[in-house]
Design a protein around this ligand. Structure first.
Ligand code: SF4
Length: 422
């Protein structure tokens, strides 16, 4: 059980010799490693004792209301958290949130909370607009950054015919950059596309904040535990607090109502006749599943799903909605990109391309049409599936034939029974 505390707070991590950042900053950004220095007493408590302490505080209602709002916003697919002044209790909110995520142990919830909470961390840093805060945050995260005032010039940005010198206040050591950017697959984040000097990468302030957002997201993400016995005993322990149990049940009750919408987020009936989701090939289902769970999508996954859905004439806003659960979602930017793709009429990747970039999922889903092809009953004479759009057409054709066959069969049976009764 103690392990959970290591998980949540990293209290057993490297111990620092001196406090390096102001406590105000930890209260504003409770995911900072210095939390363990300011709140070291938490490590020695049992979860139930710690939770009881929270609910005995004068601000307990403010804490639990705020935690509930975070869950509610995530379940309602909100892109941002409502603005609330909670710096005085943010440490308790953060810890309680992590305990609840662990207790719930539902991957899709964990992902959504991690995305929303980390986005909120980004927004806070952006609003603070403080170089010294950003620098202190990097120091606390032990990121090797250099700060320049006035900003240094590097590279050129070419917009149409204008060449603009780029400026930044920060550089970051390339190893630290790679560590944080490893899950962010956008092309422009690749080291090869960034200016480097003496091992330090020139980085715009907002990109540095985006890397920190990714750090926060990863801190909340925990794998669903398989160890049901230890989870059960953990729940028994934390449910000793009636207030915690009530909050947990309140969250579960809205999740139970909203869960179904999550399962069918992408069930958009464009034909008004067919359940289109049933017709999607495995490569598409997999991307929609990942997006639905709030996981990051790689560049090719993003392009493919946009081109695929546009080819099926999905409305732009529905395509944009697919991305709304992703950690780096920006509606305006995504809308522009989808509109642009629509204008350009890009054709979705064919199967051979998807196979070469590891996005073909026929083995994982053991899909008969993808694996064995179509046409004759003889496997040797069958045609190979070449394009995911062809998958939909063939499935649709088969469904129609099946429907027709069942109708005729029912008709025949009815006629036979009539004849017998005559
Ligand atoms: S065979 Fe084609 S349609 Fe099927 S999963 Fe692979 S890429 Fe997708």
């Amino acid at each position: 059980m103690f392990q959970l505390y290591v998980l949540i707070l990293n209290l057993k991590c490297r111990v620092r010799k001196a406090l390096t950042i102001p406590s105000d900053l930890v209260n504003r950004y409770p995911w900072l490693p210095s939390l363990k220095l300011y709140y070291s007493d938490i490590a020695n408590k049992l979860p139930s004792e710690f939770i009881t302490d929270i609910f005995n505080k004068a601000e307990s209602k403010q804490i639990s209301d705020h935690v509930f709002t975070i869950f509610e916003s995530a379940f309602n697919n909100m892109e941002y958290l409502p603005r609330m002044k909670v710096d005085n209790v943010s440490v308790y909110v953060y810890i309680l949130l992590n305990i609840l995520v662990y207790t719930l142990n539902i991957k899709i919830i964990t992902n959504r909370i991690a995305n929303l909470y980390s986005k909120n961390a980004y927004t806070k840093m952006e609003r603070d607009n403080s170089f010294s805060n950003l620098y202190d945050i990097c120091q606390d995260l032990e990121l090797r950054v250099k700060f320049y005032d006035p900003p240094v010039k590097y590279g050129n940005k070419i917009l149409k015919d204008n060449r603009e010198r780029q400026l930044t206040n920060f550089t970051i050591y390339y190893i630290d950059y790679l560590k944080l950017a490893s899950n962010l697959r956008d092309e422009y984040r690749k080291l090869a596309h960034n200016s480097l000097h003496n091992g330090y990468v020139y980085i715009q302030n907002r990109n540095l904040m985006r890397l920190i957002q990714e750090y926060v997201r990863n801190k909340i993400l925990i794998e669903e535990t398989e160890d049901k016995a230890s989870l059960k005993s953990f729940r028994e322990e934390v449910f000793k607090s009636q207030e915690f149990k009530t909050l947990y049940e309140k969250i579960m009750s809205i999740w139970t109502k909203r869960k179904e919408d999550f399962d069918f987020t992408f069930k958009i009936d464009i034909t008004n006749k067919t359940d289109i989701l049933k017709l999607y090939p495995p490569c598409v289902k997999e991307i929609l599943k990942k997006a639905g769970e709030g996981q990051n999508l790689v560049h090719h996954e993003r392009l493919f799903i946009v081109w695929f859905l546009l080819a099926l004439e999905y409305p732009v806003e529905k395509v944009v909605d697919v991305f709304s659960t992703l950690p780096d979602f920006n509606r305006e930017k995504t809308n522009y990109q989808v509109e642009y793709a629509k204008k350009k009429k890009y054709v979705p990747y064919q199967c051979s391309t998807l196979q070469s970039i590891n996005l073909c999922m026929k083995e994982k889903y053991k899909d008969e049409l993808c694996q064995d092809g179509y046409g004759s009953k003889e496997l040797t004479e069958r045609k190979k599936l070449k394009h995911p759009l062809a998958y939909i057409r063939i499935k649709q054709y088969r469904d129609e034939k099946q429907e027709e066959y069942l109708k005729n069969k029912a008709k025949r049976e009815l006629e036979d029974s009539k004849k017998q009764n005559e």
